[in-house]
Design a protein around this ligand. Structure first.
Ligand code: HEM
Ligand SMILES: [Ca+2]
Length: 553
């Protein structure tokens, strides 16, 4: 053991930098911009295949022939065999909106942080973060979340954001209790002032906010690396196996992270949308929302480039007006808009501005009891046509690789034929309709021309756990590991100093709790104590599968 190796080449822990910057700019000390919001996506794979536009299939036709879920009269709905539910997909949606926010006018730019830091809840810039804070005792505004895109997602996704909002405020209140204050030598308080100098109210607000945020993110990542990933992999969540950062996590690799463009496609799981949610999508004009959002982004970019503040304000006002005009088509009103971030199908109480716990339970239950669709070719609800066309074209604009180039990078066997690509454990026989469509769009022997996107969505699924194509599963795991090992707050920051003794115990479901059903249940029942009934206690031990399937694992 060489004494030369005792100290790391670049110091990576600084007590003065124990809190995450809002925009993710202080993770890697030697390059502070790495992974910050509003910086370019990385690209993982270089392609040697760059066809001219006229050689590429029309994106709309690709969608119609290969991605669109047929009507049930033609092909009956086929649910996920392991009973994976929409709450898991909602969690995936929170994760993806935490790390990807592609700028509509320029898909090379990521408007959010490349770290699992709940930036969709807290806001990816200092200004956006200040909008959700109350400025008092580290609390955030009740039931508020930062990322406007999530208002147009599933109610179970909104539920998860509100859960982590309430968890933040629960934690912040705990940090100011006498018991925690005594244990922490009054490091947060301006109230008692015992042995330490009195802190200003502003300082207390900030230090409680930042510490509560660290603990809340630790809870969230614990759900991600435990219940969520284990359900995806079809491992029993009640076991002790976990990918969560722990003593064994490599300690020498936290150089910061930049998510790559490819991964924003890996995670477009629109084909898994349940039968009930696909029906629901038919009742809302999601394509009109996308159009407005795109137009606004183009306008804003143009006026921001001119630096004309009056024009910027005008563009924002006009966008607000246009959105307001669209709300009735989503069953929402001006009043809903004025009360806080919206959720389609639900309304805040005008007096308290929060959602009722009854409604929140409904949002959660719907997520838990709706089984996801089998994935693979021809599974995306037609309502998302425009969104998928935009996706295919955006992948092309960024020069992303082919499906086989992607597989080669991840040391997976390259496909020799379309048959091989769409046959697997869950799909033993290649669907001739899909083969014909692939031949139509990419040519008779065109397997090496199949684009990475939509290629990954069309692959045969493996029939286990979430049951995705193997390329997707392989890449999700690589991504999860990357998100842990390149985040110094996860590798070094989950300790009783950064999180407090109380927070350190709270974020971990340890010992019996780990055996018994874990951090998700613990958070939900802390935030919604009136739900602490035997049947829900039992149900929450396995939150990411529908009830009927829980005991089969
Ligand atoms: C009914 C449910 C859903 C709706 C209505 C929906 C709608 C949309 C829309 C409108 C976009 C375009 C993004 C934009 O605003 O610029 C989008 C993109 C995306 N969606 Fe979905 N989606 C749904 C479910 C999901 C789920 C379950 C996932 C799971 C992981 C997901 C992952 C993504 C990703 C990764 C993107 C690209 C985001 C980016 O690059 O910024 N979506 N979706
Ligand atoms: Ca983030």
């Amino acid at each position: 053991m060489a004494i030369w190796d005792d100290l790391p080449k670049v110091n990576r822990q600084y007590p003065a930098m124990g809190h995450r910057a809002a925009d993710g700019s202080n993770y890697y000390i030697s390059n502070q911009n790495l992974g910050a919001a509003n910086t370019p996506y990385a690209r993982t794979i270089t392609t040697s295949h760059f066809p001219v536009k006229s050689e590429l299939p029309d994106a709309g036709q690709l969608f119609d022939d290969l991605m669109k879920r047929p009507d049930e009269s033609e092909v009956p709905f086929d649910g996920n065999k392991a009973g994976v539910n929409m709450l898991l997909h909602s969690m995936a949606s929170v994760i993806t909106h935490d790390i990807f926010k592609t700028k509509p006018g320029d898909p090379t730019i990521n408007q959010t942080t490349s770290y699992l830091d709940l930036s969709c809840l807290y806001g990816p810039t200092k200004e956006e973060q200040s909008q959700i804070r109350t400025g008092v005792d580290g609390l955030i505004k009740p039931d508020v979340f930062s990322d406007a895109r999530l208002q147009f997602q599933l109610p179970s996704t909104v539920y998860l954001l509100i859960l982590f909002n309430r968890n933040h405020n629960y934690i912040a209140k705990q940090l100011l209790t006498d018991a925690v204050n005594v244990q922490e030598n009054y490091r947060f308080t301006h109230l008692a002032g015992k042995d330490s100098p009195r802190l200003s109210a502003e300082r207390t607000d900030d230090i409680v906010f930042q510490t509560a945020r660290n603990i809340n993110i630790a809870c969230y990542t614990n759900v991600v690396f435990h219940e969520y990933l284990l359900t995806i992999l079809d491992v029993d969540v009640k076991g002790t196996y976990s990918l969560a950062p722990n003593e064994q996590t490599p300690k020498d690799a936290s150089y910061g992270n930049v998510v790559s463009a490819e991964f924003s496609f890996i995670y477009r799981w629109h084909s898994g949308i349940s039968r009930e949610d696909a029906d629901w999508l038919k009742s809302i004009p999601i394509d009109k929302y996308l159009k407005l959002r795109k137009e606004f982004s183009f306008q804003l970019t143009a006026v921001e480039n001119d630096g004309n503040e009056a024009a910027i304000q005008k563009a924002k006002m006009e966008h607000g007006k246009a959105m307001m005009g669209l709300l009735p088509e989503f069953g929402l009103s001006k009043e809903d808009y004025s009360l806080g971030p919206m959720c389609i199908g639900y309304h805040r109480d005008p007096a308290t501005k929060v959602y009722s716990n009854k409604d929140l339970l409904q949002m959660l239950t719907n997520g838990m009891e709706r089984v996801t669709s089998k994935m693979g070719a021809r599974k995306v609800p037609e309502s998302l046509r425009e969104i998928e066309i935009e996706g295919i074209e955006s992948a092309r604009r960024q020069g992303l690789c082919t499906l086989n180039e992607f597989r080669k990078h991840f040391r997976l066997k390259e496909y020799n034929s379309y048959e091989e690509m769409i046959t697997g454990p869950e799909c033993p026989k290649a669907d001739p309709v899909v083969i014909a469509a692939l031949e139509k769009h990419y040519g008779k022997d065109g397997i090496n021309r199949v684009e990475f996107y939509p290629g990954i969505v069309l692959e045969a699924t493996d029939g286990e756990g979430i049951s995705q194509g193997y390329s997707i599963i392989r890449a999700i795991l690589a991504d999860a590991i990357n998100l842990i090992k390149n985040d110094r707050f996860l590798v070094y920051g989950l300790n009783p100093h950064e999180l407090t003794h109380w927070g350190y115990n709270y974020y971990r479901a340890s010992g019996d709790e780990r055996q018994d059903g874990l951090i998700f249940k613990k958070i939900v029942l802390n935030c919604f104590p009136e739900w602490d009934r035997p049947e829900l206690q039992e149900r929450l031990k396995n939150p990411f599968r529908v009830s009927g399937e829980i005991h089969k694992v």
